[in-house]
Design a protein around this ligand. Structure first.
Ligand code: NIG
Ligand code: FE
Length: 390
């Protein structure tokens, strides 16, 4: 993760949205056709387009009451138990039109672009009934058609059990496995199924039931897990999880069983920061034991309302003691692996999608996490096209 393969005096040639040549400017120029359109980014650091592999952008309103309650001392779990938290975002999504949700999600995508993000995983998870989960995923699909960046949709019907199923959890799990997952697979509305496996959300047993249904319908799998309480991850080995996300309190045994698998540990420092906690995920331990680590924003109204991957990189360095190079790998190549898109995304490599994040005011890659909270990128290049156009 520390080997970035930096090229100075570099250029890339983009043809049909793919990198056709990359390397020293003079070598790339030799391969460029005479009529190629040139864009000069001299003096800046250009990273592969950033990959935000974990977001929850389909919601209607910010959760300002939760924010104030936490400042006054209540915990995330206490707020959720008292009717706030995820459940308090559900009404807004159920009442919203698809167009309103499209508007919201597009706004987030635009923010992400100007921070250098070109690939975004987007979850449903605030509808929590068949119709509203499908509406959320359809809103994501409309954004896919409208915008040029790459979006990977995920069904998170298993975010929490909605209030109307409070006394009958099994019936809600049945709704997910027998109706939501088949409908989503049939309409190709999502590539992954996610479950919030946590006290107050879904038990490890319920989680397995849902993962089984996802695999049976040909969908990929990922988990929110070990955020507040540890769960042994060995039991999930049969489901070929693309990622396990959060991991603040994962045990060493769980960490060891992830090494040498295709499962990426996706760390979300924005959530730790915004909840005012101090238990940042154990990035060094994960990396030292051989686990692939990605970082993502976890953009959502409850625990991490930010679209900024550079800010996450900064937190990864200062709070999780990742080196700037490791943070960059975690935000690019390893994010691409977490979405099973590494053949197309995550590095500036001939044949991959021509996605770039130019950091216009940085001369050294370490400046990206160093100047925290500053807007460096201003635009991104998606499949060879500058967005938003200058
Ligand atoms: O990743 N932990 C579960 N889901 C989100 C929070 C969602 C919310 O509070 O609205 C997370 O932190
Ligand atoms: Fe999340």
């Amino acid at each position: 993760m520390r080997e970035l393969g930096i090229v100075t005096d570099a250029a890339v040639l983009c043809v049909d949205g793919k990198f056709a040549a990359v390397g020293k400017r003079k070598d790339v120029r030799r391969q460029a056709p005479l009529d190629c359109e040139e864009r000069d980014l001299a003096g800046c650091v250009a990273l592969p387009g950033l990959v935000d592999s974990h977001t929850h952008p389909v919601f209607a309103e910010p959760r300002l009451l939760d924010f104030e309650k936490r400042i006054a001392g209540a915990s995330y779990q206490e707020i959720a138990a008292a009717g706030g938290g995820i459940r308090s975002s559900v009404k807004g999504v159920r009442n919203a039109s698809t167009e309103e949700l499209v508007e919201r999600v597009s706004g987030f995508a635009l923010d992400a672009w100007t921070e250098g993000t070109t690939t975004i995983e987007m979850k449903s998870g605030y509808g929590l009934d068949l119709e509203s989960e499908l509406k959320s995923l359809r809103a994501i699909q409309q954004v896919v058609r409208k915008l040029r960046l790459t979006i990977v949709p995920t069904l998170l019907g298993a975010h929490v059990v909605p209030t109307e199923y409070a006394g009958e959890r099994d019936a809600y799990v049945d709704l997910i496995t027998r109706e939501m997952i088949p409908a989503v697979a049939h309409e190709h509305l999502a590539e992954f199924v996610d479950v919030f496996c946590e006290e107050g959300a879904f038990t490890p047993e319920e989680t397995e039931t849902i993962l089984k249904a996802a695999v049976a319908h040909g969908l990929g799998t990922r988990l929110h897990v070990c955020q507040f309480t540890p769960v042994e991850l060995a039991r999930f080995a049969p489901y070929d999880l693309a990622s396990v996300d959060h991991m603040e309190c994962a045990t060493e045994e769980s960490i060891r069983c992830l090494a040498d698998t295709n499962t990426v540990a996706t760390l979300l420092p924005g959530a730790t920061y915004f909840l005012g906690r101090h238990d940042y995920p154990p990035a060094r331990k994960l990396m030292d034991l051989g686990v692939a680590v990605a970082i993502a924003t976890d953009y959502n109204p409850g625990t991490s309302p930010t679209a900024s991957m550079p800010l996450m990189m900064s937190m990864a360095c200062t709070q999780m003691k990742m080196t700037p190079a490791e943070a960059i790998t975690a935000a690019t190549m390893n994010g691409a692996h977490a979405l099973r898109l590494a053949h197309r995304k995550g590095s500036i490599t001939v044949g991959k999608d021509a996605d770039l994040a130019p950091f216009l005011d940085c001369r050294d890659y370490r400046e990206i996490p160093y100047w925290f909270g500053r807007h460096h990128s201003k635009f991104a290049v998606c499949s060879g096209t500058q967005i938003p156009t200058a």
